[in-house]
Design a protein around this ligand. Structure first.
Ligand code: HEC
Ligand code: HEC
Ligand code: HEC
Ligand code: HEC
Ligand code: HEC
Ligand code: HEC
Length: 344
């Protein structure tokens, strides 16, 4: 063999031995055990603190919120739909960099110094998942903000922790009206709406026992021209806001009386259709929300004409959408059901 070939072979063998020795002595034990991780990073990563906790960790300190949330529609593990606390409130675990380690982190977590977000703009938050858009699967419930919420925050109606229940606070807001002062100026109204707020003209709504906030809003709407009616606009035009509040307080305080002028054979059909109305107008037409009207006991004729007016001139984001889908037969059935329902 020529001398230079022998040298070359020796050189290659030496390089091979050195490379093998290097691998044996210089790589850490864990190198092949967990794949190609350098160093003891696996242990490091395992000991690192989680950035996101779970709703369970919130339970001990926020029991009430947790209970609401866990029973709500945002917690449905059976179909894999769970909107966890930290989706809305941000991560509760601290992940500041640890100066002594490349990987593991230190830092404060919630509630130790780390304050979580309380989202104030729920329109922005909730539309992330619920705004209607093409291509979004229809199983994900979607709304058009303009017609569904107008310019209101989602949280004015939805309980954010259990969105399919509606905010109770709306029912209990105390109103500024004074019923006695309202009674004193109600003589003009009695002409059309009846002596004690119970109308005997089927085309004019009874006011007795109606929700106070709704009454006040309605009177103000006529006054501003947002709601128009040949008879009512004139009656409301000169009322001050405080007179409107007082009249609302007075009529809300009176005993309602059910009109009972529905078509008996339409009632059953009406009751079925009324399932669509329950969330806002209550189980049998007594609305749980002070800003929405009760329908139970209003006259059939008035109910039919108001449903018709929502298809045209009477403006309301929620009702315009709903009335559009009702034909005359449906409206008559619904009106009969509500007219014959007990108003208490
Ligand atoms: C060890 C008890 C404890 C745990 C666990 C806990 N919190 Fe809190 N949380 C508190 C306390 C105490 C406050 C009030 C802090 C304050 O007012 O400064 C608070 C406040 C909040 C607030 C209001 C914002 C703020 O910082 O004031 C939110 C939102 C919140 N927590 C969400 C959560 C979520 C989500 C979890 C679960 C990932 C959670 N918390 C876990 C004790 C806890
Ligand atoms: C869909 C989003 C969402 C989810 C999920 C959610 N929250 Fe909230 N949370 C909110 C919003 C929005 C507010 C502010 C409500 C308001 O302004 O009235 C809030 C408020 C809070 C507050 C502050 C309440 C107060 O009045 O000080 C706490 C505490 C809280 N949430 C805890 C939780 C916990 C615990 C969970 C999980 C069990 C959770 N949240 C899940 C949206 C959410
Ligand atoms: C991270 C995405 C996400 C966010 C943010 C979110 N939701 Fe949801 N929401 C869901 C999912 C998933 C469901 C359950 C699946 C379904 O029925 O569409 C749901 C269900 C609902 C439902 C019940 C729909 C039905 O079936 O009748 C309402 C109402 C709702 N959310 C309102 C809200 C409100 C209000 C907010 C803001 C406080 C909000 N959501 C924030 C994802 C989200
Ligand atoms: C004026 C009150 C009100 C406001 C404001 C409001 N909602 Fe609703 N929302 C309702 C009512 C009432 C229902 C139930 C309607 C029904 O069951 O037909 C509902 C139903 C929903 C549903 C379920 C729709 C479906 O097809 O089943 C979603 C999702 C929803 N709202 C999201 C939102 C979001 C997001 C916002 C904020 C941009 C918002 N809502 C603001 C009253 C409101
Ligand atoms: C000349 C007859 C007339 C007089 C006087 C009158 N109203 Fe009316 N009112 C009506 C009619 C008709 C309607 C139904 C209009 C419609 O369909 O929008 C109505 C509707 C209302 C409504 C809305 C009820 C609902 O269920 O939506 C309120 C509230 C109301 N009136 C309050 C008053 C008050 C308070 C007064 C006294 C200041 C008054 N009205 C005087 C005829 C009258
Ligand atoms: C998403 C909530 C919502 C649902 C669902 C709903 N409504 Fe309404 N409804 C309202 C609101 C809000 C008003 C008051 C609007 C206004 O100020 O004109 C109203 C008003 C009415 C009125 C007028 C009452 C009066 O005194 O003038 C009638 C009638 C009515 N709704 C019938 C129905 C029927 C029938 C259904 C079911 C097919 C239904 N609504 C479903 C929210 C709703």
């Amino acid at each position: 063999m020529p001398k230079h070939i022998v040298r070359l072979v020796l050189l290659l063998v030496t390089a091979g031995v050195l490379a093998y020795a290097g691998k044996q002595f210089l790589t850490v034990d864990s190198f092949y055990r967990f794949g190609h991780y350098r160093g003891n990073s696996v242990a490091d990563i395992a000991s690192d603190r989680p950035k996101f906790r779970t709703p369970e960790t919130c339970k001990e300190c926020h029991a009430a919120k947790y209970t609401e949330w866990s029973k709500g529609v945002h917690n449905n593990p059976a179909v894999g739909k769970v909107v966890k606390c930290e989706v809305c409130h941000g991560a509760a675990g601290g992940r500041d960099k640890n100066p002594n380690s490349d990987i593991s982190s230190i830092g404060t977590d919630h509630p130790n110094k780390l304050k979580l977000d309380i989202p104030s703009d729920t329109v922005k938050l909730c539309t992330l998942c619920h705004e209607q858009m093409t291509g979004r699967p229809k199983e994900q419930k979607q709304i058009v903000v303009a017609t569904h919420a107008g310019d209101q925050q989602c949280k004015t109606c939805h309980n954010v922790h259990s969105p399919r229940t509606f905010v109770g606070a709306l029912t209990s807001t105390s109103r500024p009206g004074n019923a006695a002062a309202g009674k004193a100026i109600s003589a003009d109204c009695a002409e059309c709406h009846g002596k004690a707020g119970v109308s005997d003209d089927v085309n004019i709504p009874s006011l007795a026992g109606q929700n106070e906030t709704y009454l006040a809003d309605a009177i103000k709407a006529y006054k501003k021209g947002a709601r128009k009616d040949a008879l009512m606009t004139g009656a409301a035009k000169d009322l001050s806001d405080s007179a409107a509040e007082n009249l609302a307080a007075y009529y809300a305080s009176l005993q309602c009386k059910s009109a009972q002028n529905g078509e008996p054979k339409l009632v059953a059909k009406g009751q079925v259709l009324a399932q669509k109305c329950v969330s806002c107008h209550g189980e049998s037409g007594v609305s749980p929300q002070a800003m929405w009207p009760s329908l139970a006991g209003l006259s059939k004729d008035y109910l039919v004409s108001s449903l018709k007016s929502y298809k045209a001139e009477r403006k309301n984001n929620l009702m315009n959408k709903i009335a559009k889908d009702l034909n005359d037969a449906d409206s008559a059935a619904l009106a009969s059901f509500y007219a014959n329902a007990s108003c208490r």
